[in-house]
Design a protein around this ligand. Structure first.
Ligand code: FEO
Ligand code: CA
Ligand code: CA
Length: 611
């Protein structure tokens, strides 16, 4: 689509909230607004908007408290002892809380609260002295980086006052790292393009990496998503069969981790098929520390941001998934069979329902509909003429399959969150400043702004709540940013609650939407934060800020306790290369670097988060 004026976009959308930025009441905040001022269905949140912040610590709205639950390097198995970061070893890191915690999922199991935590990545410039970028250039750090990746599974306990703490050395305590053995299952298991010198069967793989967001299945397992896999492979890429595929996935990135120098399996010259074994959704059973995680290949391979399952009314499992690359796609998986509770030997046995089903990709239209195009070998050009020789090829190269079928190029899909109370689905497109520049695509109906610095949130409306439908309606919930970005929120938008770069999302137990951000400092000059966002009535699209991060950090992993009275959040990379050592959050001890941590938010009166 040609570059178009924003007003045209507004007119072509059926119900896009009217932009009132020209008439907004500046600086009012949510505090001034009370349910009595609106129709009862217009306002579902009742808490005072936290004013925009930007300093070295966190802030929370009036009436709430925020406490740190656990930090990078905190002991998981042993008694407390000081965090000696300069003496950190790989074996110590593998027994302590990992780095850059992201997705969080809380389940209750036999009276135990289990919190599963993704550790997306490491930030060498903040972890080690003398490093100035994301990946260390000193091989002495490699095994520490590998042990700081993966996941932590923690048992939590809550005291009489409602405060949460970590149970050390619980029977459920577990670290999963870039070395943990895993099973490859589904259609691609055993396929030649997944075989390596260490695994000639193509069914076993060591490790999971760049675990960004994820999801919780109806049977209580965790889906953890392998996102930016380009960082993990080095060496010379000589395999002609993979040349086109690796180019499409940016494998061979010049600033990758140097793990390949000491671990041959990450060396493309030694194991040219290794990248095909990453970029999947991995299923983990947090209740069984001896269970082997499973990479579910039917869900496709791309830069998986998130995988959010919902059970359809016919029992089938539908998983919405985004690819957080520039101009990449929105995907959906529909299981072939329904999930039926039965006497399974393990939770992961229920997960077999994810091994068979249909992967499809979204094509948005300007009439307010979105079409799901199935990615099936032999159809819509997914044929040998285009380099696809079987369904396994289609799944391994989901991105290229999306190219061939004409999927809509998105502004970096992050979380895609179905609301089980309303059956609507929320898609956070974080930003795409490249849109409409140089040789890049201009706008399309679902991505209406060129040089989109601030991102937007789209709402899908499946017909009659049917998540398997081939066509759904869509609408824009909000265009983030501020005046200069031509933002659009609710009709009564309040300026000091503006957000930028929506990333993760969560639906609280009352069916209300929450959005976290990653990148607001660059766009609005404010700290990243979590916002409650209204989705109905005159205030549809209105955010309200609850908690904001220390400078340099992004907020990820929003996770509510089932009673809605606790919100767990991840504070990731509290520091940037330019200010890393000036920020010592949360310890504020100059001898200790800033530490990614989980924060627990509760109301001081013990009530439900968000009112
Ligand atoms: Fe890992 Fe797309 O954020
Ligand atoms: Ca993310
Ligand atoms: Ca989410």
């Amino acid at each position: 689509m040609a570059k178009q004026d924003f007003s045209t976009v507004l007119i072509t959308r059926r119900r896009l909230a009217k932009s009132v930025l020209g008439t907004l009441a500046v600086g009012t905040g949510c505090t001034r607004l009370h349910k009595a001022e609106f129709k009862s269905d217009d306002v579902t949140f009742a808490f005072p908007n936290l004013e925009p912040q930007l300093d070295l610590t966190h802030h929370v709205a009036e009436g709430y408290r925020a406490e740190v639950l656990i930090r990078w390097g905190d002991q998981l198995f042993d008694a407390d002892r000081p965090f000696l970061w300069e003496q950190l070893t790989a074996s110590e890191q593998a027994r302590t809380f990992g780095y850059n915690n992201d997705f969080l999922a809380l389940i209750e199991h036999d009276g135990h609260w289990l919190l599963t935590v993704n550790h997306e990545s490491t930030s060498a410039q903040l972890m080690f002295e003398g490093q100035d970028r994301y990946t260390s250039r000193d091989p002495v750090h490699t095994d520490i980086e590998m042990a700081a990746h993966g996941l932590s599974i923690l048992e939590l306990q809550q005291d009489k006052s409602g405060r949460w703490s970590v149970v050390k050395n619980s029977p459920f305590t577990r670290r999963i790292t870039a070395d943990t053995p895993m099973i490859i299952s589904g259609p691609c298991a055993g396929y030649s393009r997944l075989k390596t010198p260490e695994d000639p069967t193509g069914t076993r793989v060591k490790g999971t990496v760049h675990n960004c967001s994820g999801g919780l299945t109806p049977w209580g397992t965790i889906l953890t998503c392998e996102e930016n896999i380009l960082y993990y492979f080095g060496g010379e890429q000589l395999d002609p069969e993979e040349k086109m595929a690796y180019k499409r996935y940016h494998i061979g990135y010049s600033k990758a981790y140097i793990w390949y120098q000491t671990h041959k399996r990450f060396d493309l010259a030694h194991a040219p098929k290794q990248p095909n074994r990453f970029g999947w959704v991995v299923e983990i059973d947090p209740t069984d520390p001896n269970s082997m995680p499973i990479k579910r290949t039917a869900l496709g391979r791309f830069y998986h941001e998130s995988a959010n399952p919902i059970q359809n009314h016919d029992g089938r499992i539908v998983i919405y998934m985004g690819d957080d690359g520039y101009f990449e796609y929105l995907y959906r998986f529909v299981s072939a069979k329904p999930h039926v509770p039965h006497q399974a030997k393990s939770r992961l046995e229920y997960g077999k329902v994810l091994d068979e089903g249909e992967l499809s990709v979204a094509k948005f239209h300007s009439d307010g509909t979105v079409e799901w195009i199935p990615l099936i070998f032999g159809t819509f050009g997914l044929t040998p003429e285009n380099g696809f020789h079987c369904q396994e090829d289609v799944l391994i190269e989901s991105r290229r399959a999306g190219d061939v079928v004409g999927a809509t190029q998105m502004d970096r899909c992050e979380d895609v969150e179905p609301n089980p109370k309303t059956n609507k689905v929320y898609i956070n497109c974080t930003k795409n400043q490249r849109r409409g520049t140089e040789s890049f695509e201009s706008t399309n109906p679902a991505n209406p702004r060129i040089e989109n610095h601030a991102g937007h949130t789209i709402e899908l409306n499946p017909p009659n709540g049917d998540h398997t439908a081939s066509v759904m309606e869509w609408d824009m919930l909000l265009l983030a940013g501020d005046l200069e970005h031509k933002a659009a929120y609710g009709e009564t938008f309040e300026h000091d609650a503006a957000l930028a770069c929506p990333d993760n999302a969560a639906i609280d137990p009352n069916g209300r939407l929450w959005i976290t951000t990653d990148g607001a400092e660059e766009v609005l000059g404010i700290a990243d934060a979590i916002y409650a966002v209204e989705t109905t009535g005159a205030r549809r699209g209105q955010p309200c800020r609850l908690f904001s991060a220390p400078k340099g950090a992004e907020i990820t992993g929003p996770c509510f306790s089932p009673d809605g009275k606790t919100l767990f959040l991840s504070v990731q990379h509290p520091g940037r290369p330019e200010n890393g050592w000036t920020n010592c959050w949360p310890d504020f001890d100059e001898a200790t670097p800033a530490r990614p941590s989980i924060v627990v938010i509760q109301r001081e009166d013990g009530g439900v988060i968000g009112g």
